[in-house]
Design a protein around this ligand. Sequence first.
Ligand code: KG4
Ligand code: ZN
Length: 342
Amino acid sequence: MSEQKDIFILAIESSCDETAAAVVKNGREVLSNVISSQIELHKLYGGVVPEIASRKHIEKINQVIEEALSDAKMTLDDIDAIGVTYGPGLVGALLVGVAEAKAIAYAKNLPLVGVHHIEGHILANFIENKELEPPFICLVVSGGHTHLVCVKDYGTYEIIGRTRDDAAGEAFDKVARAIGLGYPGGPKIENLSKEGNPEAIAFPRAKIEGFQYDFSFSGVKSAVLNYINGCQMKGETYVEADIAASFQKAVIDVLAGNAMHAVKEYGLNKFAIAGGVASNGTLREAMREACEENGIEFYHPSPIFCTDNAAMIGVAAYYEYLSGTRHGWDLNAVPNLKLGER
Ligand code: KG4
Ligand code: ZN
């Protein structure tokens, strides 16, 4: 293999409620990005039902992969390696992608590269920011994770802060449920917030003594529930849009505060955001302003590369592939896989 040869990765993602496949060229060029969302199905139950997610992945995965290949105008014969999310996530959901990836890799005699889902979210920043290189600080805010990560080099991560309880996205989903907005809560809170006053209600901004980069969102979530209960008990009306806007502001203030602190403390001048919550326009604006004030370069993926997708898995698989990561036929789903583990 000559050094100049283009590397095409077929990537598969099925860790939660999106069945996704993508073809990525040389790590940063997305040739196709197909996402089949199960949101409409899980909405009926107010959240993701793991058993339903697994079954739906099985139904959809072949079709999604065929579409990803045809959108990229390719066949499996053009592919150099198969990348797949093998954790963290729902075990039954992950297994569908892992089994599919192994079957294709075995049948076509291709290298198999297992990818950490959060590594994918972080590296989604490379797709539209071709100049971005480590080291930088990344805030990963998704439905399952809230991590402040120092990306020291390709494949070398240091988690410098994390949530002690709920993930940021989880807090959005729970508050949305309390206001009666339904699932998934993030985009609904964001929309309703546009009509509300973010200063109307003083919800708490949690700080964790001695752990300046850690987060806690269960307090703000409880404060919202208490506020609603209090109003109901006193027979007072409340403005849902004000609750949404004030809650969103409280979460964003803490995320931005801890993140800026970390970027400065680590002596870096590059900051990126990632994960489903990073598609929130108000959060993006707040981060842009905070970075501008502090003379920090700000990076973010487009919303479609923030929420779960396989293009980001293709990016991560490419860098893992370059560094020599190869998985065997014993690759298994690891629901609680730690970032940086092999
Ligand atoms: O990254 P993601 O698609 O899946 C996980 O890996 O968890 O993130 C999903 C989470 C959900 O909690 C969803 O409510 C939240 O991201 N989310 C948002 C927005 N869009 C999605 N949260 C706030 N504002 C949004 N616009
Ligand atoms: Zn995700």
